[in-house]
Write a protein that binds this ligand. Structure first.
Ligand code: FRU
Length: 540
């Protein structure tokens, strides 16, 4: 029998074995969700020759694996097939653009289409014989040009895409236009560029409603939308985003927040190379991302696999129009088993409350804290403060006034192992500041793991709103959503004691001020059928 794999997940997307990174070309087509991903079929580490693996689903929860969709075979992708995106053309015809590394080691953009549109699973993909459709631009280095987006169509009949690049450390989103999806020309100015940020990978560009949590199809442009530009900064392995106004007539994109390292991120933990798509059935925009391992390459070789995808999230513009909000898709409820609830539980200084009656290593937990006597909060002048640093210095054991309070996930009985997701509340000139942390420093008794603590501020006012936390816990991943999804932090952890029935879940308070849990619900989450052998036959 295969060796025990306590860190493989139960409801997060991953292949049965080997290396996986970016989600590629996610789309909904004729009743089926498609997910492709960067895959190395020959081993658990990233490799020179990358492929597009392919899975399909009817519910974004259970996934059936299909054959490899794109392999490096042609001069225009001879070395590797890198990330790309789907576009559904008029007449309901899906196509993909992806980056090929050609036989001369240059990054170029290629077009593929399904071989047979009447195959409900679109198993086979055909490379356009005129590839590449976009060549490396003059003056750009051979390995600095990749990851085409989903295209958007404007009223002038032209499709647009952006492609990530850099020149002299200036991150660039090159803009291309086409009338037929085959002949593309570069627009004279990039959609956006920011000096000093390094190469932009996996850009994403999409509209969000200013007044609704629904999703918006990628080509919609009107006064009710703003446009999000997300870029992955390779040098930092983090996804940053801007919110702004886009005008296709002069191809002008004006972000209301400029990209700097301290600004808005999708997730303040481990979360990269994300991609969104519009789900027309449920009228929402869904976000997927690669969540890399925090263990060593030697561990990955021993496990035989590396990489997960985050649980799919709906994404929309917050009503303050200053940031995005993310929330796990509601289909997770189809996996719920037993529920545990707590109401009106006061947590005094140094106390914890074990959440019993659920499977603590496979659980979805939501709770809300109510604070009184806020005028007692400690002072913090937030400008210039790096929240991640505050979280690392003031970890889950450092007593404050309001906080640390939150959850201890994947905790061993004696708390030797624990991943602490917690808040601290400070005040500054009559304003309150909420800090959210995910402290991995005690997540495993093992050494040689990246146990970095993550942190970010949550833009809520604890005078008006309770402080809510939702955390998805799945063996080796802990995805947390603070303030109803305003601040997200994902972590990878490798407990050795807190596995299976030995894993526990607690609410805790290490602050001197007591906090009230107004309500708490936790659900055990059943195992989904994700790329498992028994699922293979289902597509037939
Ligand atoms: C992001 C990335 C992309 C590239 C792919 C290669 O993680 O580096 O820029 O297309 O991965 O697998």
């Amino acid at each position: 029998s295969p060796p025990e794999q306590p860190h493989r997940t139960a409801f997060h997307f991953q292949p049965p074995q080997n290396w996986m990174n970016d989600p590629n070309g996610p789309m909904y087509y004729n009743g089926v969700y498609h997910l492709f991903y960067q895959y190395n079929p020959s081993g658990p580490l990233f490799a020179e020759h990358m492929y597009w693996a392919h899975s399909v689903s009817h519910d974004l929860i259970n996934w059936t694996p299909l054959d490899i969709a794109i392999a490096p075979t042609e001069p225009f992708d001879h070395i590797s097939c890198w990330s790309g995106s789907a576009t559904i053309l008029p007449g309901n015809k899906p196509v993909m653009l992806y980056t090929g590394i050609d036989s001369e080691n240059r990054q170029v953009q290629n077009l593929i289409e399904p071989k047979n549109l009447s195959d409900p699973y679109l198993r086979e993909w055909v490379k356009y014989t005129g590839n590449p459709v976009i060549n490396l631009p003059d003056g750009i280095q051979h390995d600095d040009f990749r990851d085409p987006t989903t295209a958007w169509l404007a009223d002038d009949g032209k499709w647009r895409i952006i492609v990530g690049s850099q020149k002299d450390k200036k991150g660039i989103a090159f803009l291309y236009q086409s009338e037929d999806f085959v002949n593309w020309s570069m627009h004279e100015s990039p959609l956006h560029e920011v000096a000093g940020t390094g190469i932009w990978e996996c850009p994403d560009f999409f509209p969000v409603w200013v007044d609704s949590t629904n999703g918006v199809d990628t080509s919609v442009m009107n006064s009710r939308v703003k446009h999000v530009l997300k870029v992955g900064l390779f040098d930092y392995q983090k996804d940053y985003y801007m919110i702004g106004d886009y005008n296709f007539v002069n191809e002008n994109y004006v972000p209301q927040n400029e990209l700097t390292l301290g600004t808005l991120r999708y997730d303040y933990g481990k979360y990269y190379a994300s991609k969104s798509f519009f789900d027309p059935v449920k009228n929402r925009r869904i976000l997927l991302a690669w969540v890399n391992e925090s263990d060593s390459e030697a561990d990955d070789v021993a496990k035989g696999w590396s990489g997960l995808h985050s649980f799919p999230r709906s994404i929309w513009l917050d009503k303050n129009q200053k940031q995005l909000v993310q929330w796990p898709i509601k289909e997770i409820e189809t996996l719920y088993e037993n529920e545990a609830t707590v109401e009106n539980k006061n947590l005094e200084d140094g106390s914890s409350h074990e959440i019993l009656g659920i499977t603590a290593w496979q659980v979805d937990v939501k709770l809300s804290f109510k604070l009184t006597n806020l005028e007692e909060a400690e002072k913090l002048e937030p400008s210039g403060v790096d929240p991640q640093l505050v979280c690392s210095e003031m970890d889950a054991l450092k007593k404050g006034k309001f906080g640390p309070f939150g959850l201890l996930a994947l905790a061993s009985h004696d708390l030797t192992e624990q991943t602490a997701i917690f808040f601290r509340v400070f005040q500054n000139n009559g304003r309150y500041i909420v800090l959210m942390c995910s402290d991995q420093s005690r997540s495993s008794t093992r050494n040689g793991l990246d146990k970095t603590t993550y942190g970010a501020f949550v833009d809520i006012d604890p005078q008006q709103d309770e402080i809510s936390l939702r955390t998805l816990i799945d063996h080796s991943i802990v995805e947390s959503f603070g303030g109803g999804g305003k601040t997200c932090i994902t972590a990878r952890v490798y407990p050795t004691l807190a596995i299976k029935d030995e894993a526990h879940l607690f609410a805790f308070n290490n602050g001197t001020e007591s906090v009230l849990i107004t309500e708490l619900s936790a659900w055990s989450v059943n195992k989904a059928r994700i790329n498992t052998e028994e699922n293979v036959g289902r597509a037939n």
